[in-house]
Design a binder for this molecule. Structure first.
Ligand code: PHE
Length: 477
């Protein structure tokens, strides 16, 4: 059986952008931004996209294109080690976790899209969201969203994913731009624009260490990094074109859509006196729905807005389902149809658990995902830097211009050393946070160390240990 591949380079780029642009930009980004100081968060987040996101994306691309396999197959084949093969299975778990909660939010979107036609949620947005967010109806809408996702994926890489995202991406950009232009012309929108775009430097300085893990988690989530999605999509590349050019285009487009979403959401919220909105997963649904209710033509705007969100969510959910599908197809020779069918059965159950229990949902959608993505990306980076080594720089150079080739060795140092150290630091502090452990201030031999210093020490120790353990002869490091 010959392996599937993209029909065109643009098809690959749009599918990858489609994976990146999703609820991360439209639902999680406004929520995280409003909880972490607006523009102050935006700056840190943009910095991480550039310094961690783009090099990380290239690491996944390099592993995917080199191996032409799913994440498990790629790691085991390129390393010939059973440990890496075992580690690869983490990505199958990540995909299950991701799609389980994502499909529940997708279900909320399907519902709000349909209800926008009648304005059913207008009268009392807060109570409405509370009434529908968890429970049997949420299960039903989750299943609808899952079914649409499965339908697209079962049609295959070209006919399903490539065709769907080619139609969806332009529609998303046009609709969102229209919404943003309309939003900033509302009375009182200026305050929303400035909350989103002009940073409060004092806030940034005082809260930098709190903003950092949230911004890193959001940056990985929005670029679909650390899950093996981008690796899998790159594994369907037929010819050698510049990965660096494609990766940069994907990151730039995703960031533009994210910023556009902020420009659409915040002015509308402020114009209607909703402020940045309360925290939590309901932020978008409650405050935006409330805002829509108060607007002229609110129903039309609602249909457009939730329509955009639905398209964006689907182009991401298909990329999550594609990870385990490619795993079953590559590794076990299962047909695509059977793989999709079996997985849908599994996700129907795991998603329903999230749709029924708000506690499980919150833990899965927040800290569990952040940790899995951060840990997953560290794995890919160390793999590219230490197992592939010069093979990675050679792969990055294929089909690339002279600029990429001259940057490939610095890139290897970044992915092999600097970025993993940074990510392990955020992983450790995120884990401590999630478990509620306070590791400081601590008094050691009369010297008092604070929390940051403890994290730095643990990070350094872990980093040194993993580098020593992973050293291979062809590595240039
Ligand atoms: N990037 C997607 C979004 O922003 C989410 C995603 C994460 C998709 C990881 C695939 C893998 O909605």
């Amino acid at each position: 059986m010959t392996r599937e591949s993209w029909q065109t380079r643009l098809g690959f780029i749009l599918a990858a952008v489609g994976s990146a642009v999703g609820l991360g930009n439209l639902w999680r980004f406004p929520w995280m931004t409003s909880e972490n100081g607006g523009a102050a968060f935006l700056i840190v987040y943009l910095g991480i996209i550039l310094l961690v996101g783009v090099p990380g994306l290239l690491a996944e691309f390099v592993i995917g294109r080199r191996s032409r396999r799913n994440p498990v197959g790629a790691l085991s084949e390129l390393s010939e080690s059973k440990y890496w093969s075992a580690f690869g299975h983490v990505f199958v778990v990540t995909a299950v976790v991701l799609l389980s909660f994502y499909s529940v939010v997708g279900g909320w979107i399907v519902r709000y899209f349909a209800e926008s036609f009648t304005g059913a949620y207008f009268a009392n947005p807060g109570a409405h969201f509370e009434a529908v967010n968890y429970g049997l109806e949420a299960v039903a809408f989750h299943l609808v969203f899952l079914a649409i996702t499965a339908f697209i994926v079962h049609r295959g890489v070209r006919n399903g994913i490539e065709t769907a995202t080619k139609l969806m991406m332009p529609a998303i950009v046009v609709l969102l731009a229209g919404l943003a232009v309309w939003g900033v012309t509302l009375d009182g929108a200026a305050e929303g624009v400035s909350f989103f775009l002009s940073p409060d430097v004092a806030y940034l300085q005082a809260n930098f260490l709190d903003i950092l893990p949230a911004a890193a988690g959001q940056a990985l989530f929005t670029l679909s990094l650390g899950a093996g999605t981008m690796l899998t999509y790159a594994s369907y590349l037929g010819e050698d074109r510049s990965l660096a050019a494609d990766g940069t285009a994907i990151a730039v487009l995703n960031t533009l859509v994210g910023v556009l979403a902020g420009v659409a959401v915040f002015p509308i919220l402020f114009a209607l006196g909703a402020g940045a909105g309360g925290g939590g997963p309901g932020a978008l649904f409650v405050s935006l729905a409330g805002a829509l209710a108060a607007l002229p033509y609110g129903q039309v705007v609602g249909v457009v807005f939730f329509g955009v969100v639905l398209l964006a969510a689907l182009s991401s959910s298909i990329s999550m389902l594609e990870i385990p599908v490619s795993f079953l197809v590559d590794e076990y020779g299962v047909s695509r149809r059977a793989a999709v069918g079996g997985l849908v059965g599994l996700f129907a159950v795991t998603g329903s658990v999230c749709a029924l229990d708000r506690g499980i949902f919150g833990t899965v959608a927040g800290p569990v995902v952040d940790l899995l993505l951060t840990g997953g990306l560290v794995g890919f980076l160390l793999f590219a830097g230490w197992v592939l080594g010069t093979t990675a720089t050679e792969e990055l150079g294929r089909g690339a211009g002279s600029l990429t080739r001259s940057l490939s060795t610095p890139w290897l140092y970044a992915v092999g050393v600097a970025i993993p150290v940074f990510l392990i630091f955020t992983f450790v502090s995120g884990l401590a946070d999630a478990l509620g452990v306070a590791v400081a201030p601590l008094s050691l031999l009369g010297v008092t160390v604070d929390q940051t210093q403890v994290f730095l020490l643990v990070t350094a120790a872990l980093a040194v240990a993993s580098f020593l353990g992973l050293r291979r002869s062809q590595s240039v490091l």
